[in-house]
Design a binder for this molecule. Structure first.
Ligand code: SF4
Ligand code: SF4
Length: 152
């Protein structure tokens, strides 16, 4: 009789509702795409991403400099934990939370699967080296920075 090793279910394969806090945080790939400023087309209501990133995003570590206080410091900061993912498309299509909410597997480049951030950097998933801080852009000039490499 063939013995098949049960390697167990990885936590990122479980439903979002079954993740503990630590697993929830680890699911984030740190791409930074959700920290990019967006503009909504008035006619089509389509969400357009810009290359302008929140001033609290730290590119070197792909992390938020004010994570615990982000809701107070940045009122339009997206909180995927409280967001109704079924009713909105404010998160990028590659977002691990959105994928798992839709019961889709993570991409192979996700650090949890690939083992490092190398692939997601190489494939341009992370915003590393491609964004400009909001500190250098006038809020009314966001339209000039619309990009095509992130979609909602
Ligand atoms: S888009 Fe999703 S996976 Fe990427 S940094 Fe934001 S929350 Fe994390
Ligand atoms: S405050 Fe929000 S939008 Fe700004 S870097 Fe932190 S998580 Fe991203």
């Amino acid at each position: 009789m063939e013995v098949v090793a049960d390697q167990g279910q990885k936590f990122w394969e479980k439903p979002l509702s079954e993740l503990n806090n630590d697993e929830w945080e680890k699911l984030c790939d740190g791409c930074g795409r959700c920290c990019l400023k967006k503009v909504v087309d008035e006619e089509s209501e389509a969400i357009n991403y810009t290359r302008v990133v929140c001033k609290y995003f730290l590119e070197e570590s792909s992390s938020c400099q004010c994570y615990k206080d982000r809701s107070e410091l940045v009122p339009d900061c997206l909180n995927v934990k409280t967001m109704d993912l079924a009713a909105t498309n404010w998160m990028p299509s590659t977002c691990a939370y959105r994928l798992r909410f839709d019961n889709q597997p993570l991409f192979d480049w996700h650090p949890l699967i690939a083992g490092s951030r190398e692939q997601m950097d190489e494939q341009g998933i992370s915003i590393k080296g491609r964004a400009v801080s909001e500190e250098y852009v006038h809020p009314e000039g966001l339209d000039e920075h619309i990009i095509q490499w992130v979609e909602s």
